[in-house]
Design a protein around this ligand. Structure first.
Ligand code: BGC
Length: 891
């Protein structure tokens, strides 16, 4: 047996700043043929790697635990700042024991303790405008090298830490975006290798970011603070275990840096003539004008918590595919891919040469940069050359959503490598893929992934380019299941759930955006903020439930349960006769309005459907958590909502008020109709699709549901037809028109009409990409029964128009795969990979009798049952790679 691998602590690889009480450790089992399931496991924790390996002076041992779970909470509260090493071994069936895993490590943060440091500020201009970023620094000296040195740092604003002339870490946009008045995330870096005896210097760049810069479409700034502020602590642990703390304080000095202004929306201006490479090296440095910093007067009451998700990093660097001259002295670089991030510039030009870089997602027909859809976001960087050798630069405190970069100010034609695109995203590992025989759909899948990469920047945003980039809850909610297939997004979305809880109003309404900048705007204007909008606010229930479904970890429900209950109770209180009010966003950007006689889906119907959905999920959460009384209460409430829905919106014929695709999709997806009425509702749905020439008419709310509902009700071929449509409105129309990400509207650009309305026309808006879940689950057939991927359910459905489709997903137990492929003379192959410690069932539509099973060598045969004519259920599929070959025609 091989040892367990892929060890994680709280879903992160070797996290350095864990602030949770009893962190959860998890692992995966190695593939093996001899035994399939973990029947026991043992975890050991030690203070050093050596102790762990020699098994001496262990801090904690779980002993052998009888469990099939590949996750365990440690059984003690680690002390703040402890560094711990751990390893795990497992027992398989037949009592065989694996070797111990390779050690993994995690470190504990302050755990709520006080930071021995002061918040410092260094104003560089009047509040209310984009001022120069600050460089801040402090000195310290040490006599003996510590055995361990750690920098803890955070900001109200954005920071980049430095020590002894070197940048610390490779993260951007730190500490990320939270409601800084409630919760500020902090970073920890091991800097043992960077400190030296004698004089040392540490420091940071400090910019405005989300805390002090622009946010929202009303042109406002300073949502959380008038001035950015920095807080840092250096913890030096000597060989004898004694600890010395050095904190930011009045002895620090500041300077108004080469960054002359920086704003997330507007861009960064960098004057390289002001650069002082020695600014953070011990010694005087040559820049003058360093002044004492100020201690922050305003008290910071927010909770400080170690960052709980991966920070933003450069996840890829893209070369420009072409450079064209769009006007005299104006050059446009095409990265070939719409991204969020910044440019890395490589230029050689005379000192003082001023280069202007504008960013855009599209080009106008005349080849110039299209910037109208950015609305008031300037998205413009300026670089003033130092002169001399080649200069390499990228901005720090801004980001743009762009594919094209326009440079002006150069005297000569730039080389193609003068510009590369740094793709910035929360650094999440790939956990899924989908591919099929239709190249346009493969491009769609790629666009969905790029939509996620571009919009998962610490917060799931609607778009990364215009004056918005907000954590819109509805968009995040519909996209979450797809997001969890594509990337290891659990800690990212768990952090977003904390943002949602912070933003929940006192009366229980979840907001439209989290962090909730609209509430801050409302407060400033003396108005009440309005949240609680259907399908948007429900993110506060649906995302925690999706995290539980993906991981099987009840913690996600525990953390959110009381907030979920409060949202359901809020809806109950404010419902009228069991129906939700007609106030919300409705089926955002649905195409119903294209014909005057097509009415949009009533937003109270959407609201009531979601009221039912949130209520039943909260009831189920209560049942999982053993909260029986609450579970019963919400089950009863759910029954009442169903009755009200049926009274309010459903005719005896099964026709729904509004008669829209979205109305039927909601009613069927959320199980709102009595079973005998479902076939009629499906018929109405089909009629509505047929009336629209076999096209979608759905918006953000209906689009994610329509194909899953059709598939679930025996209409997979029609769902495939909708997917394969290439004309308006369809998923493939943007693809055919050159999209490299998801668009906000089906027709954000068309060859006939050009650009859509500039008021709302993003070319990187992931919401319609929510179809991704269906591609994985229903087109390839990779799904699960229950939660946590313990039991997989493969339902491959050969669809018209496709010859093969396959998907993979890195589940908590390991890699799972499901695919099907027609072969030339009729017949079809189905191929499955089941990870260790999981089992699977498959449902195969087998057109004619005769399925040949090719099983993994040591596995016991699976059971084949014909459950109805032409449908074979395969049970007891154990770990390993399986193939089922179905002969005959009809595929
Ligand atoms: C955003 C959307 C969001 C919507 C809500 C838009 O401005 O870009 O994605 O969900 O507003 O109505």
């Amino acid at each position: 047996m091989r040892p367990p691998h892929s060890l994680l602590c709280e879903y992160l690889v070797n996290p350095q700043n864990v602030d949770l009480a009893r962190p959860q450790l998890s692992w995966k089992l190695a593939n093996r043929s001899e035994c399939t399931c973990q029947i026991g496991c043992e975890v050991r924790v030690a203070a050093t790697e050596k102790n762990l390996r020699s098994k001496r002076r262990l801090v904690w041992e779980s002993g052998r635990v009888r469990s099939a779970l590949t996750a365990m909470r440690i059984g003690f509260d680690p002390a703040p700042h402890s560094r711990l090493w751990w390893a795990v071994r497992e027992w398989g069936e037949g009592e065989q024991v694996s070797p111990w895993s390779k050690p993994a490590q995690f470190s504990i943060g302050f755990r709520g303790g006080d930071w021995p440091a002061n918040w410092i500020e260094f104003p560089t201009g009047p509040t209310g405008q984009a001022n120069p970023a600050r460089l801040l620094r402090g000195n310290f000296s040490i006599i003996e090298l510590p055995r361990r040195a750690t920098i803890f740092m955070t900001a109200i604003g954005l920071f980049e830490p430095w020590l002894n002339g070197q940048r610390v870490g490779c993260d951007f946009l730190l500490p990320g975006w939270t409601d800084y008045s409630q919760r500020i995330e902090t970073m920890a870096y091991d800097v043992t290798a960077l400190v030296r005896t004698g004089m040392n210097r540490w420091g940071a760049w400090l910019g405005d970011g989300w805390a002090c810069g622009r946010l929202g479409f009303q042109g406002r700034r300073n949502f959380y603070s008038a001035e950015p502020a920095l807080l840092g602590v250096l913890r030096l642990e000597a060989e004898d275990g004694s600890v010395c703390w050095i904190g930011t304080g009045a002895d620090w000095t500041g300077w108004d840096s080469p960054i002359r202004s920086a704003d997330l929306y507007d861009g960064e201006c960098y004057d390289a003539r002001r650069e002082d490479p020695s600014w953070c090296q011990a010694g005087p440095g040559y820049s003058s004008g360093w002044q004492p910093v100020q201690l922050r007067k305003e008290r910071v009451t927010a909770e400080l918590l170690g960052k709980s998700s991966e920070p933003v990093r450069t996840v890829a660097e893209l070369s420009a595919q072409s450079v064209i001259q769009s006007n005299t002295g104006v050059w446009i670089f095409d990265l070939g891919q719409n991204i969020a991030g910044v440019v890395r510039l490589r230029v050689q030009a005379k000192r003082g040469t001023r280069l202007t870089l504008r960013h855009g997602e599209m080009l106008r027909p005349d080849g110039s940069l299209y910037i109208e859809n950015l609305r008031s976001a300037r998205c413009t960087d300026t670089y003033i050359c130092r002169g001399g050798e080649t200069e390499i630069w990228n901005p720090r405190f801004t980001f743009h959503g762009f594919r094209y970069v326009e440079i002006s100010g150069l005297k000569t034609r730039p080389q193609r490598d003068a510009v590369t695109g740094l793709v910035w995203s929360s650094d999440l590992a790939d956990t899924g893929g989908f591919a099929c025989s239709q190249p346009l759909i493969n491009r769609l899948q790629s666009n969905i992934r790029w939509g996620q990469i571009g919009n998962f920047l610490d917060v799931p945003t609607d778009c990364p380019q215009r004056d918005e980039r907000l954590g819109w809850t509805g968009d995040a909610q519909v996209f979450t299941p797809t997001a969890l297939f594509n990337f290891a997004a659990v800690p990212f979305l768990r952090k977003y759930c904390a943002d949602l809880r912070d933003a929940q109003s006192k009366d229980g309404a979840f907001p439209d955006v989290a962090p909730d900048v609209f509430a801050i705007e409302a407060r400033r204007e003396g108005r009440d903020s309005v949240g609680g909008n259907a399908a948007w606010a429900d993110a506060g229930v649906i995302i925690p439930w999706a995290l539980y479904a993906e991981t099987g970890d009840k913690t996600h429900l525990e953390e959110n349960f009381s907030a979920m209950c409060r949202w359901v109770e809020y809806q109950e209180r404010t419902a009228v006769n069991g129906l939700r009010p007609d106030t919300a966003y409705g089926d955002w950007v649905a195409t119903e309005a294209v014909r005057a006689d097509w009415a949009p889906t009533p937003s109270d119907l959407i609201g009531t459907a979601y009221f039912a959905r949130s209520t039943v999920l909260t009831a189920r959460a209560a049942e999982v958590l053993g909260e029986k009384r609450v579970g019963k209460k919400f089950r009863r409430l759910h029954g009442k909502i169903l009755a009200a829905f049926r009274r309010g919106y459903v005719a005896p014929s099964g026709r729904l008020v509004g008669d829209t695709q979205t109305a039927y999709a909601l009613a069927l997806a959320f199980d709102l109709l009595p079973p005998p009425m479902r076939p009629a509702a499906v018929r109405y749905l089909l009629r509505s699709i047929e009336r629209r020439g076999y096209h979608l008419s759905t918006g953000f709310v209906g689009t994610p549901l329509i194909c899953p509902v059709l598939t679930a009700h025996g209409q997979h071929d029609l769902a495939a037809r909708l997917l394969l449509n290439e004309d308006y409105p369809s998923w493939l129309m943007p693809v055919k028109n050159g999209a490299t990400t998801m668009w906000e509207r089906w027709n954000s650009w068309t060859p006939e009409d050009g650009f859509g309305p500039v008021g709302m026309n993003s070319f990187n808006h992931y919401a319609f990409g929510a179809v991704g879940e269906w591609l994985y689950r229903d087109v390839a057939g990779l799904g699960q029964l229950g939660v946590g991927w313990k039991h997989l359910h493969f339902v491959p459905r050969p669809a018209p128009g496709l010859d093969h489709a396959e998907a993979w997903h890195e589940t908590p137990e390991g890699r799972a795969e499901c695919g099907w492929r027609r072969y030339a003379r009729g017949g079809c192959d189905f191929e499955f990979l089941v990870p260790p410690n999981s089992t699977a069932t498959a449902t195969l539509t087998v057109a004619s009798a005769g399925v040949k099973m090719i099983k993994p060598k040591h596995a016991a045969a699976a059971r084949l049952l014909e459950i109805e004519p032409g449908v074979v259920r395969v049970e007891d599929i154990g770990p390993g790679r399986w193939r089922f070959r179905a002969r005959g025609t009809g595929y």
